[in-house]
Ligand binder design. Structure first.
Ligand SMILES: [Zn+2]
Length: 115
């Protein structure tokens, strides 16, 4: 059997981080969805003009797509934490710094390969 990059304790920690980030991304997605839906001038967007609303919608649409992609990746990676290769860079095969995994658990490449 192949040796894991992360210890069981580290995996446990990462799993909690991922679950927390999924919850946050989920919440963010709901807010963004409401924002992107609110483009009618007489809707609840308050005093901002319709032009502003349209500009905001473009920004919010992009944010919505980014968050949705991230959420998908987080859910995907949650199933991979137990994989012996999780924590190892998929490009160069070196272990990824634990601090990096803690911040961006959905990234599968090390800091050198991400440049
Ligand atoms: Zn690498």
């Amino acid at each position: 059997m192949k040796e894991s990059v992360l210890t069981d304790k580290q995996k446990e920690e990462i799993r909690e981080i991922i679950e927390q980030q999924i919850q946050e991304a989920d919440k963010e997605l709901k807010v963004l969805k409401e924002l992107t839906a609110a483009v009618e001038p007489d809707s609840s967007i308050g005093r901002i003009s319709r032009m502003d609303a349209i500009n905001n919608k473009t920004v919010n649409d992009a944010a919505y797509r980014n968050t949705r992609t991230r959420l998908k990746r987080l859910k995907n990676v949650l199933e991979k934490v137990d994989d012996p290769d999780y924590g190892r860079c998929v490009r160069c095969g070196e272990p990824i710094a634990f601090g990096r995994i803690q911040i961006m658990p959905e990234k599968r490449v090390c800091v050198h390969c991400s440049k």
